[in-house]
Design a protein around this ligand. Structure first.
Ligand code: BG6
Length: 255
């Protein structure tokens, strides 16, 4: 039965890979909506994948969120890749401390025996402050490092859940709902077709930057995130997806 299960996952991984046009898919058993250890299993799978690709002195940009926090929680020293530098992917997105990219980045770096640089920018930013802040030398330096990261590890969220979790003003929530946004990643909100409905104005990695990144790893699971995951991949910006059984089964429905 165990071998069947393993085989079954290989098939499922293959189907999701084709469906979303990815280079690589890893599926862990279960549903992270229901059981929190499934999120930790995704975290472990992500750490394993990272260990396979990271080289000494690589720069890794990470987003916030509970799923990437689980990757940080599961991180262990990177023996084959010394001196890796961890940075947050983007500036503040209105998240609570434990969900912020800065917090997660520092924890991951410590557990990996790497180093980190943080980004201190207030959010939300007015256009005027944004233009001033990106010219600030200390910010500019970190931003150059971030935008040149070779590896990006990010979460994907359900649009409404994310808008509510962040301190999103009502008029923005209206835009997100009117635009029928279903998914969110990096502070961008997408509709089912993958078009951008709204973008949180902050510094750091922009969606276009991902085209020049060696490896972009998305980590997201749970049946409730299936729509969000497929909306994000309609833009086709990540190479790798680490997910769970429940999201995977939902993703291949109707194919
Ligand atoms: C946020 C990321 O912090 O976490 C988002 O910036 C992502 O891009 C979200 O969608 C996912 O959160 P969680 O808690 O569902 O992993």
């Amino acid at each position: 039965a165990f071998m069947n299960e393993l085989r079954g996952f290989k098939d499922l991984e293959q189907q999701v890979k084709q469906r979303l046009q990815l280079d690589h898919v890893v599926i862990v058993p279960g549903d992270s909506d229901e059981l929190s250890w499934v999120k930790q299993e995704m975290g472990k799978a992500c750490v394993r994948y990272m260990k396979g690709i990271l080289r000494s002195d690589d720069t890794v940009a990470v987003t916030g969120g509970g799923t990437i926090a689980a990757v940080a929680e599961m991180m262990t020293p990177l023996e084959q890749a010394g001196n890796c530098l961890f940075v947050p992917a983007r500036g503040g997105l209105g998240e609570q401390m434990e969900n912020q990219a800065n917090t997660i980045c520092a924890e991951m770096a410590k557990k990996a025996n790497g180093t980190y640089r943080l980004l201190y920018v207030p959010d939300p930013l007015s256009e005027e402050s944004y233009q001033t802040i990106i010219e600030e030398p200390s910010i500019k330096e970190v931003l150059t490092i971030i935008r040149g990261a070779g590896v990006v590890v990010h979460g994907i969220g359900d649009a409404t859940t994310m808008a509510e979790r962040r301190k999103t003003p009502q008029e923005v929530i209206d835009t997100i709902q009117e635009g029928k946004a279903v998914g969110e990643a990096f502070g961008y909100y997408f509709n089912e077709e993958g078009s951008i409905v709204h973008k949180v104005r902050t510094v750091g990695i922009q969606l276009e930057d991902l085209q020049h990144t060696n490896c972009v790893i998305a980590v997201a699971g749970g049946k409730s995130k299936a729509k969000a995951i497929s909306s994000y991949f309609n833009l086709g910006q990540s190479n790798v997806l680490i997910t769970d059984e429940s999201a995977a089964k939902e993703l291949i429905k109707g194919s």
